[in-house]
Ligand binder design. Structure first.
Ligand code: UT7
Length: 328
Protein backbone atom coordinates (compact mmCIF):
# COMPACT_ATOMS: atom_id res chain seq x y z
CA UNK A 1 0.00 0.00 0.00
CA UNK A 2 1.33 3.47 -0.93
CA UNK A 3 1.91 5.78 2.01
CA UNK A 4 0.99 9.44 1.41
CA UNK A 5 3.84 11.75 2.39
CA UNK A 6 2.73 15.00 3.96
CA UNK A 7 5.00 17.51 2.22
CA UNK A 8 6.01 18.69 -1.25
CA UNK A 9 9.72 19.52 -1.43
CA UNK A 10 11.89 21.12 -4.11
CA UNK A 11 14.65 18.57 -4.77
CA UNK A 12 16.25 19.89 -7.96
CA UNK A 13 16.53 22.96 -10.18
CA UNK A 14 17.69 23.66 -13.73
CA UNK A 15 18.00 26.46 -16.28
CA UNK A 16 18.33 27.14 -19.94
CA UNK A 17 19.24 30.48 -21.50
CA UNK A 18 19.54 30.90 -25.26
CA UNK A 19 23.19 31.56 -26.19
CA UNK A 20 22.65 34.93 -27.93
CA UNK A 21 23.28 37.78 -25.48
CA UNK A 22 22.14 41.26 -26.48
CA UNK A 23 23.64 44.14 -24.49
CA UNK A 24 21.85 47.45 -23.95
CA UNK A 25 24.34 49.12 -26.30
CA UNK A 26 23.64 46.60 -29.07
CA UNK A 27 19.90 47.04 -28.59
CA UNK A 28 20.21 50.84 -28.62
CA UNK A 29 22.30 50.72 -31.81
CA UNK A 30 19.73 48.49 -33.50
CA UNK A 31 16.85 50.72 -32.44
CA UNK A 32 18.76 53.82 -33.64
CA UNK A 33 18.60 52.38 -37.17
CA UNK A 34 14.80 52.79 -36.85
CA UNK A 35 15.15 56.29 -35.33
CA UNK A 36 14.11 55.09 -31.88
CA UNK A 37 16.16 56.63 -29.10
CA UNK A 38 17.27 54.68 -26.06
CA UNK A 39 20.54 54.18 -24.22
CA UNK A 40 22.39 51.88 -21.85
CA UNK A 41 22.31 54.73 -19.33
CA UNK A 42 18.47 55.02 -19.44
CA UNK A 43 17.90 51.29 -19.25
CA UNK A 44 20.37 50.68 -16.39
CA UNK A 45 19.24 53.66 -14.33
CA UNK A 46 15.49 53.00 -14.71
CA UNK A 47 15.54 49.19 -14.57
CA UNK A 48 18.92 47.69 -13.58
CA UNK A 49 18.94 45.63 -16.81
CA UNK A 50 22.29 45.43 -18.65
CA UNK A 51 21.68 42.60 -21.12
CA UNK A 52 19.19 39.89 -22.06
CA UNK A 53 19.29 36.49 -23.80
CA UNK A 54 17.28 36.35 -27.02
CA UNK A 55 16.25 33.10 -28.72
CA UNK A 56 17.13 32.70 -32.38
CA UNK A 57 14.20 32.75 -34.79
CA UNK A 58 12.40 29.40 -34.75
CA UNK A 59 13.47 28.44 -31.21
CA UNK A 60 10.37 27.40 -29.32
CA UNK A 61 9.40 27.60 -25.67
CA UNK A 62 9.16 23.79 -25.44
CA UNK A 63 12.76 23.25 -26.56
CA UNK A 64 14.09 25.61 -23.87
CA UNK A 65 11.73 24.06 -21.29
CA UNK A 66 13.05 20.59 -22.13
CA UNK A 67 16.67 21.71 -21.59
CA UNK A 68 15.84 23.32 -18.23
CA UNK A 69 13.83 20.25 -17.16
CA UNK A 70 16.70 17.90 -18.08
CA UNK A 71 19.07 19.94 -15.90
CA UNK A 72 16.58 19.90 -12.99
CA UNK A 73 16.02 16.13 -13.34
CA UNK A 74 19.77 15.53 -13.33
CA UNK A 75 20.13 17.73 -10.25
CA UNK A 76 17.32 15.81 -8.51
CA UNK A 77 18.71 12.46 -9.73
CA UNK A 78 15.39 11.32 -11.13
CA UNK A 79 14.54 9.41 -14.29
CA UNK A 80 11.71 10.03 -16.79
CA UNK A 81 9.87 7.05 -15.22
CA UNK A 82 9.64 8.95 -11.92
CA UNK A 83 7.73 11.99 -13.24
CA UNK A 84 3.94 11.85 -12.93
CA UNK A 85 3.07 15.55 -13.33
CA UNK A 86 4.37 18.27 -15.66
CA UNK A 87 3.19 21.84 -15.37
CA UNK A 88 4.56 24.52 -17.71
CA UNK A 89 3.94 28.17 -16.93
CA UNK A 90 4.10 30.21 -20.12
CA UNK A 91 2.42 33.03 -22.01
CA UNK A 92 4.31 32.15 -25.19
CA UNK A 93 3.30 28.53 -25.89
CA UNK A 94 4.53 26.81 -29.06
CA UNK A 95 0.98 26.22 -30.27
CA UNK A 96 -2.63 27.01 -29.49
CA UNK A 97 -2.70 23.33 -28.63
CA UNK A 98 -1.42 20.84 -27.59
CA UNK A 99 -0.05 22.39 -24.43
CA UNK A 100 3.67 23.09 -24.16
CA UNK A 101 3.68 20.66 -21.20
CA UNK A 102 2.62 17.81 -23.53
CA UNK A 103 5.45 18.72 -25.92
CA UNK A 104 7.88 18.67 -22.99
CA UNK A 105 6.55 15.30 -21.88
CA UNK A 106 7.13 13.82 -25.34
CA UNK A 107 10.56 15.48 -25.65
CA UNK A 108 11.71 13.98 -22.36
CA UNK A 109 10.35 10.51 -23.20
CA UNK A 110 7.92 10.57 -20.29
CA UNK A 111 5.01 8.19 -20.85
CA UNK A 112 2.91 8.56 -17.71
CA UNK A 113 1.15 11.15 -15.61
CA UNK A 114 -0.60 14.46 -16.34
CA UNK A 115 0.75 17.43 -18.31
CA UNK A 116 -0.78 20.87 -18.72
CA UNK A 117 0.06 24.58 -18.99
CA UNK A 118 -0.68 27.38 -16.58
CA UNK A 119 -1.23 30.89 -17.90
CA UNK A 120 -0.65 33.59 -15.29
CA UNK A 121 2.00 35.61 -17.15
CA UNK A 122 4.84 36.69 -14.81
CA UNK A 123 3.09 35.03 -11.84
CA UNK A 124 2.89 31.77 -13.81
CA UNK A 125 5.66 29.95 -11.98
CA UNK A 126 4.27 30.54 -8.47
CA UNK A 127 0.82 29.52 -9.76
CA UNK A 128 2.29 26.33 -11.27
CA UNK A 129 4.36 25.51 -8.19
CA UNK A 130 1.35 25.97 -5.92
CA UNK A 131 -0.71 23.70 -8.19
CA UNK A 132 1.98 21.01 -8.07
CA UNK A 133 2.19 21.30 -4.29
CA UNK A 134 -1.57 20.77 -3.97
CA UNK A 135 -1.45 17.71 -6.28
CA UNK A 136 1.37 16.19 -4.25
CA UNK A 137 -0.13 16.90 -0.84
CA UNK A 138 -3.42 15.44 -1.99
CA UNK A 139 -1.63 12.24 -3.06
CA UNK A 140 -2.52 12.79 -6.74
CA UNK A 141 1.15 13.02 -7.82
CA UNK A 142 4.52 12.14 -6.30
CA UNK A 143 7.10 13.75 -8.57
CA UNK A 144 6.36 16.93 -10.49
CA UNK A 145 8.32 18.93 -13.02
CA UNK A 146 7.37 22.60 -12.69
CA UNK A 147 8.72 24.78 -15.47
CA UNK A 148 8.57 28.48 -16.38
CA UNK A 149 9.57 29.04 -20.01
CA UNK A 150 9.14 31.93 -22.41
CA UNK A 151 10.14 33.24 -25.82
CA UNK A 152 8.91 36.68 -24.78
CA UNK A 153 10.93 38.29 -27.59
CA UNK A 154 8.26 36.92 -29.96
CA UNK A 155 5.50 39.14 -28.50
CA UNK A 156 7.54 42.36 -28.16
CA UNK A 157 6.97 45.39 -30.33
CA UNK A 158 10.59 46.24 -31.15
CA UNK A 159 9.47 49.76 -32.04
CA UNK A 160 8.07 50.40 -28.54
CA UNK A 161 11.02 51.47 -26.43
CA UNK A 162 8.95 51.54 -23.24
CA UNK A 163 8.57 47.73 -23.33
CA UNK A 164 11.04 46.04 -25.71
CA UNK A 165 14.13 46.88 -23.65
CA UNK A 166 12.71 45.16 -20.57
CA UNK A 167 12.33 41.51 -21.52
CA UNK A 168 14.37 38.43 -22.42
CA UNK A 169 13.96 34.71 -23.18
CA UNK A 170 14.75 31.62 -21.11
CA UNK A 171 13.49 28.69 -19.08
CA UNK A 172 13.82 27.51 -15.50
CA UNK A 173 12.60 24.28 -13.93
CA UNK A 174 12.25 22.65 -10.53
CA UNK A 175 11.52 19.08 -9.46
CA UNK A 176 9.04 18.83 -6.59
CA UNK A 177 8.61 15.50 -4.76
CA UNK A 178 6.44 14.06 -2.03
CA UNK A 179 8.53 14.12 1.12
CA UNK A 180 8.48 13.31 4.83
CA UNK A 181 10.47 16.48 5.47
CA UNK A 182 8.92 19.95 5.38
CA UNK A 183 9.29 21.57 1.96
CA UNK A 184 6.71 24.06 0.72
CA UNK A 185 5.34 25.64 3.91
CA UNK A 186 2.83 28.09 2.49
CA UNK A 187 1.45 29.47 -0.76
CA UNK A 188 -0.74 32.39 -1.62
CA UNK A 189 -2.18 33.27 -5.03
CA UNK A 190 -4.17 36.32 -6.07
CA UNK A 191 -5.79 37.85 -9.14
CA UNK A 192 -7.67 41.05 -9.87
CA UNK A 193 -8.95 40.96 -13.43
CA UNK A 194 -10.28 44.51 -13.17
CA UNK A 195 -6.65 45.65 -13.78
CA UNK A 196 -6.26 43.69 -17.02
CA UNK A 197 -5.71 46.93 -18.96
CA UNK A 198 -2.32 47.78 -17.37
CA UNK A 199 -0.46 44.79 -18.86
CA UNK A 200 -1.75 42.69 -21.76
CA UNK A 201 -1.16 41.18 -25.20
CA UNK A 202 -4.68 41.32 -26.52
CA UNK A 203 -4.43 39.68 -29.97
CA UNK A 204 -5.76 36.25 -30.86
CA UNK A 205 -5.88 33.88 -33.79
CA UNK A 206 -9.24 33.49 -35.47
CA UNK A 207 -10.22 31.95 -38.80
CA UNK A 208 -6.60 31.74 -39.89
CA UNK A 209 -5.34 35.20 -39.01
CA UNK A 210 -4.18 37.26 -36.09
CA UNK A 211 -6.99 39.47 -34.85
CA UNK A 212 -6.12 42.53 -32.79
CA UNK A 213 -2.73 43.64 -31.47
CA UNK A 214 -0.42 40.66 -30.88
CA UNK A 215 2.18 42.65 -28.92
CA UNK A 216 2.71 43.18 -25.21
CA UNK A 217 1.46 46.58 -23.96
CA UNK A 218 2.03 48.00 -20.52
CA UNK A 219 1.33 51.01 -18.34
CA UNK A 220 4.72 50.76 -16.64
CA UNK A 221 4.06 53.14 -13.77
CA UNK A 222 0.73 51.54 -12.85
CA UNK A 223 2.35 48.09 -12.91
CA UNK A 224 5.26 49.35 -10.82
CA UNK A 225 2.96 50.66 -8.05
CA UNK A 226 0.75 47.57 -8.02
CA UNK A 227 3.78 45.27 -8.00
CA UNK A 228 5.35 46.82 -4.90
CA UNK A 229 2.10 46.84 -2.91
CA UNK A 230 0.93 43.40 -4.05
CA UNK A 231 4.25 41.69 -3.37
CA UNK A 232 4.78 43.21 0.07
CA UNK A 233 1.25 42.28 1.18
CA UNK A 234 1.57 38.78 -0.25
CA UNK A 235 4.93 38.24 1.53
CA UNK A 236 3.38 39.20 4.88
CA UNK A 237 0.32 37.00 4.22
CA UNK A 238 2.23 33.85 3.24
CA UNK A 239 4.59 34.16 6.22
CA UNK A 240 1.63 34.63 8.59
CA UNK A 241 -0.08 31.60 7.03
CA UNK A 242 3.04 29.47 7.64
CA UNK A 243 3.65 30.87 11.13
CA UNK A 244 7.05 32.24 10.12
CA UNK A 245 8.43 35.74 10.75
CA UNK A 246 9.66 37.70 7.72
CA UNK A 247 13.05 38.03 9.45
CA UNK A 248 13.45 34.25 9.25
CA UNK A 249 13.44 34.31 5.44
CA UNK A 250 16.96 33.47 4.20
CA UNK A 251 16.39 34.35 0.53
CA UNK A 252 13.82 36.39 -1.34
CA UNK A 253 13.51 35.17 -4.93
CA UNK A 254 11.14 37.65 -6.57
CA UNK A 255 10.00 38.02 -10.15
CA UNK A 256 12.69 40.01 -11.95
CA UNK A 257 11.06 43.07 -13.52
CA UNK A 258 12.91 46.13 -12.22
CA UNK A 259 15.70 46.50 -9.66
CA UNK A 260 13.87 49.55 -8.27
CA UNK A 261 10.89 47.29 -7.44
CA UNK A 262 13.27 44.90 -5.67
CA UNK A 263 14.86 47.76 -3.70
CA UNK A 264 11.42 49.02 -2.60
CA UNK A 265 10.42 45.49 -1.63
CA UNK A 266 13.60 44.92 0.36
CA UNK A 267 13.01 48.17 2.31
CA UNK A 268 9.29 47.54 2.87
CA UNK A 269 9.81 43.97 4.08
CA UNK A 270 13.03 44.78 6.03
CA UNK A 271 14.79 42.01 4.10
CA UNK A 272 18.35 43.23 3.37
CA UNK A 273 19.04 43.61 -0.35
CA UNK A 274 21.93 41.10 0.04
CA UNK A 275 19.26 38.45 0.70
CA UNK A 276 17.36 39.27 -2.51
CA UNK A 277 18.38 37.16 -5.51
CA UNK A 278 18.83 39.48 -8.51
CA UNK A 279 19.36 38.15 -12.03
CA UNK A 280 17.66 40.84 -14.08
CA UNK A 281 20.93 42.66 -14.76
CA UNK A 282 22.00 39.69 -16.90
CA UNK A 283 18.67 38.16 -17.97
CA UNK A 284 16.15 41.04 -17.96
CA UNK A 285 12.50 40.08 -17.33
CA UNK A 286 11.82 36.54 -18.57
CA UNK A 287 8.22 36.52 -17.31
CA UNK A 288 7.24 33.04 -16.00
CA UNK A 289 10.85 31.86 -16.25
CA UNK A 290 12.39 34.51 -14.02
CA UNK A 291 11.75 32.93 -10.59
CA UNK A 292 12.99 29.40 -11.41
CA UNK A 293 15.97 30.89 -13.30
CA UNK A 294 16.88 32.95 -10.21
CA UNK A 295 16.35 29.94 -7.91
CA UNK A 296 18.68 27.84 -10.01
CA UNK A 297 21.34 30.56 -10.25
CA UNK A 298 21.40 31.02 -6.46
CA UNK A 299 21.43 27.27 -5.74
CA UNK A 300 24.22 26.57 -8.19
CA UNK A 301 26.45 29.43 -6.96
CA UNK A 302 26.03 28.15 -3.39
CA UNK A 303 23.88 30.92 -1.95
CA UNK A 304 20.69 28.88 -1.43
CA UNK A 305 21.54 25.79 0.63
CA UNK A 306 19.64 22.83 2.06
CA UNK A 307 17.56 23.97 5.03
CA UNK A 308 17.28 27.60 3.86
CA UNK A 309 13.91 29.32 3.95
CA UNK A 310 13.12 30.78 0.51
CA UNK A 311 10.32 33.14 -0.41
CA UNK A 312 9.45 33.06 -4.12
CA UNK A 313 7.19 35.77 -5.55
CA UNK A 314 5.51 36.44 -8.87
CA UNK A 315 3.56 39.41 -10.19
CA UNK A 316 2.25 40.33 -13.62
CA UNK A 317 -0.51 40.49 -16.18
CA UNK A 318 -4.04 39.63 -15.19
CA UNK A 319 -3.38 41.34 -12.80
CA UNK A 320 -1.94 38.37 -10.89
CA UNK A 321 0.45 37.93 -8.00
CA UNK A 322 1.44 35.39 -5.38
CA UNK A 323 4.08 33.84 -3.13
CA UNK A 324 5.42 30.42 -2.24
CA UNK A 325 7.44 29.89 0.96
CA UNK A 326 9.69 26.84 0.88
CA UNK A 327 12.19 25.10 3.14
CA UNK A 328 14.94 23.80 0.85
O1 UT7 B 1 6.79 41.58 -15.58
C1 UT7 B 1 5.66 42.37 -15.47
C2 UT7 B 1 5.89 43.40 -14.54
N1 UT7 B 1 6.43 44.58 -15.18
C3 UT7 B 1 6.90 45.51 -14.42
O2 UT7 B 1 6.93 45.33 -13.21
C4 UT7 B 1 7.34 46.82 -15.02
C5 UT7 B 1 7.08 47.90 -14.02
N2 UT7 B 1 7.41 49.22 -14.51
C6 UT7 B 1 8.68 49.63 -14.69
O3 UT7 B 1 9.61 48.88 -14.50
C7 UT7 B 1 8.91 51.07 -15.08
O4 UT7 B 1 7.71 51.79 -14.97
C8 UT7 B 1 9.50 51.24 -16.51
C9 UT7 B 1 10.93 50.75 -16.53
C10 UT7 B 1 8.67 50.46 -17.50
C11 UT7 B 1 9.52 52.72 -16.90
O5 UT7 B 1 10.25 53.46 -15.94
P1 UT7 B 1 9.65 54.85 -15.40
O6 UT7 B 1 10.65 55.40 -14.47
O7 UT7 B 1 8.28 54.55 -14.87
O8 UT7 B 1 9.64 55.73 -16.70
P2 UT7 B 1 8.41 56.42 -17.45
O9 UT7 B 1 7.51 55.40 -18.05
O10 UT7 B 1 7.82 57.43 -16.54
O11 UT7 B 1 9.14 57.19 -18.61
C12 UT7 B 1 10.03 58.27 -18.36
C13 UT7 B 1 10.54 58.80 -19.68
C14 UT7 B 1 9.44 59.09 -20.69
O12 UT7 B 1 9.80 60.26 -21.42
P3 UT7 B 1 9.14 61.68 -21.02
O13 UT7 B 1 7.66 61.48 -21.17
O14 UT7 B 1 9.55 61.93 -19.60
O15 UT7 B 1 9.74 62.58 -22.02
C15 UT7 B 1 9.51 57.91 -21.62
O16 UT7 B 1 9.05 58.21 -22.91
O17 UT7 B 1 11.42 57.85 -20.29
C16 UT7 B 1 11.00 57.64 -21.64
N3 UT7 B 1 11.35 56.27 -22.02
C17 UT7 B 1 12.55 55.93 -22.50
N4 UT7 B 1 13.64 56.66 -22.78
C18 UT7 B 1 14.73 56.01 -23.25
C19 UT7 B 1 10.57 55.16 -21.92
N5 UT7 B 1 11.27 54.09 -22.33
C20 UT7 B 1 12.50 54.53 -22.69
C21 UT7 B 1 13.66 53.92 -23.20
N6 UT7 B 1 14.74 54.69 -23.47
N7 UT7 B 1 13.74 52.59 -23.42
Amino acid sequence: MEVTMPYAKIVGTGSYLPPRVVSNDELAADMATRNIETSDEWIVTRTGIRQRHIADPGVKTSSMAIEAARAAMQDARIAPEDVDLIIVATSTPDFIFPSTACLVQAGLGIKQGAAFDVQAVCSGFVYALTTAEVFIRAGRARTALVIGAEVFSSILDWNDRSTCVLFGDGAGAVVVRASDEPGILGAQLNADGSHMNILYAAGNVSHGSVVGDPFLRMDGQAVFKMAVNALSQSAADVCAQAGVALEEVDWLVPHQANVRILNFLSKKLHIPIEKVVVTLDKQANTSAASVPLAMDAARRDGRIKAGDLVLMQGVGGGFTWGSVLARM
